[in-house]
Design a protein around this ligand. Structure first.
Ligand SMILES: NC(=O)c1ccc[n+]([C@@H]2O[C@H](COP(=O)([O-])OP(=O)(O)OC[C@H]3O[C@@H](n4cnc5c(N)ncnc54)[C@H](OP(=O)(O)O)[C@@H]3O)[C@@H](O)[C@H]2O)c1
Length: 92
């Protein structure tokens, strides 16, 4: 699951899709799967429209509960801090 935010009229899913299509990091996957990359990612990567700075990450409580049920680890790459208190208390 990737929590990302929309920007400049683009929703989170479109922004993440562009990263998969353009970022040098994903070149090996693009080389391997070519125009079937979308198919490969479908069901493996879920994009959630949220904002790490907002309370409950800007998503609804039921969605957050659903996410936390499936969560093993968090890789936080945003420069802004997140509420680890929210994560820890909610994961219990
Ligand atoms: N920049 C530096 O000079 C520097 C130096 C040393 C270490 N670092 C570390 O490297 C990491 C990345 O730095 P960065 O400057 O690229 O950070 P950044 O500007 O916060 O962006 C990193 C990623 O996090 C996303 N993001 C930022 N705030 C978000 C929010 N509130 N909700 C959801 N997504 C959010 C950004 O997406 P958007 O496109 O939506 O903003 C981007 O994809 C950080 O951990 C930082 O501490 C950075």
């Amino acid at each position: 699951m990737i929590l990302a935010r929309g920007k400049r009229g683009q929703n989170a899913a479109s922004r993440v899709q562009k990263v998969f299509q353009r970022s040098p990091c994903f070149r090996p996957l693009r080389d391997k799967y070519g125009n079937r990359l979308g198919e490969f990612l479908e069901g493996r990567v879920e994009v959630i429209d949220g904002d790490a700075r907002k309370p409950l990450f800007g998503i609804s409580e039921p969605l957050l509960d659903l996410v936390l049920e499936q969560l093993d680890a968090v890789v936080h790459v945003a420069g802004s801090p997140i509420s680890t208190v929210t994560l820890v208390t909610r994961c219990r």
